[in-house]
Design a protein around this ligand. Structure first.
Ligand SMILES: Cc1cc2nc3c(=O)[nH]c(=O)nc-3n(C[C@H](O)[C@H](O)[C@H](O)COP(=O)(O)O)c2cc1C
Length: 340
């Protein structure tokens, strides 16, 4: 089986996915990453119960622009019939390109109610959820998993096979357990083992920080797609570097500070336009400001300043103040072309 259901142009070899990320993979960031070469994007995980309750915040999570396509809406929950109803609702109302089920979230509040990676303790439940969701929508249904709940349940191949057999058309693996959270290294060899075992496409995820990493993951695992989360924070251009490496080229160096700030401001303006409430949007954007200024000489000072901003004009002033100060001539620490 292939990734044809994503309708990607033939020139895309191994597609690059922007990972679902709560509070990060929102519409403005998704559009930016698409411009830089992400081939597929996803909403953050949205609770099935929240979708059925239809509150305003949930509707914001689900909104997207057509230029973001192909896009998946990711849902989570532990009740198969609620998950099915939520899938049917997002299919009818939002019409994404696919519906992804979250079996990976490690957050206590979610796991406690058997959502996210909590489901990995009961593979019968995984089967029932995937079957119920698949029966409720005509869209392709996909799954995103971790390697297990803890070391005793660590068995990514069994979990992946369970998803496939229940109807999942693609499986993304972040090869850490729930217990691992983000510690240690992602075990890419588990992605290779899953690729060997499944007929449906396998997307590899975990610890892609440079363009070269994306290439290495494909070479070492044979995965059908590469998904990136943290490496793109404040660095959406990582997707173009990854694309260059996957196509056999040499990734361009990271952009200089001025260009970085231009990208940051474009992102900020889009975030404000999307949110509607400018102050709230800027406060929520502060985390991105921290990421865009990471590694800059004198970065601690500017990050502290940016942490106080409430208005777009303040962001503009602080960034241009930084550029006109001496520090801006220096290359950002640890962000040279070699790092790409
Ligand atoms: C801030 C943040 C929020 C996340 N939210 C989600 C989510 O909503 N759904 C999901 O499946 N994974 C979520 N993840 C996990 C990522 O999608 C990804 O699996 C993980 O970060 C490993 O990839 P990376 O090494 O490229 O960061 C989140 C990760 C981060 C850092």
């Amino acid at each position: 089986m292939s990734l044809d259901f994503l309708g990607l142009p033939p020139r895309v070899g191994t597609p690059l996915f922007l990972a679902p990320q709560a509070g990060v993979s929102e519409s403005p960031f998704r559009r930016l990453c698409r411009e830089f070469g992400a081939d597929v994007v996803s909403t953050e995980f949205v609770s099935a119960r929240g979708i059925l309750g239809g509150n305003e915040k949930t509707r914001d999570y689900l909104r997207f622009h057509d230029e973001e396509r192909p896009i998946g809406i990711q849902i989570f929950g532990s009740d198969p019939s609620e998950m099915a109803d939520a899938a049917a609702l997002v299919t009818d109302v939002y019409a994404p390109d696919y519906v992804d089920i979250n079996f990976g979230c490690p957050v206590k509040k979610v796991v406690k109610r058997n959502g996210g990676s909590g489901c990995l303790r009961d593979l019968n439940l995984v089967t029932r959820i995937v079957q119920a969701v698949s029966a409720a929508t005509h869209l392709p249904v996909t799954t995103k998993i971790r390697s297990g709940f803890d070391e005793t349940t660590r068995d990514p191949v069994r979990i992946g096979l369970t998803c496939q057999d229940a109807g999942s058309r693609m499986v993304t693996l972040h090869p850490r357990t729930r217990e691992d959270m983000y510690s240690g290294s992602a075990r890419w060899e588990e992605i290779a083992a899953l690729r060997e075992a499944l007929e449906v496409p396998v997307v590899g995820n975990g610890d892609i920080r440079t363009g070269r990493d994306a290439r290495d993951m494909v070479d070492r695992t044979g995965c059908d797609g590469v998904m990136i989360a943290r490496g793109s924070h404040g660095r959406p251009w990582l997707f173009s570097q990854a694309r260059a490496a996957l196509d056999g080229g040499v990734p361009a160096p990271d952009p200089g500070v001025e260009e970085r700030f231009r990208i940051c401001l474009r992102h900020a303006r889009n975030a404000i336009a999307f949110e509607g409430n400018p102050t709230k949007a800027v406060i929520e954007f502060r985390k991105h400001l921290g990421w865009y200024t990471k590694g800059l000489p004198g970065g601690r000072k500017i990050r502290a300043d940016l942490h106080q901003v409430n208005r777009l004009e303040e962001i503009e002033e602080r960034l241009s103040g930084f550029l006109s100060s001496e520090g801006s001539d220096e290359a950002p620490a640890g962000q040279t072309g070699a790092a790409a």
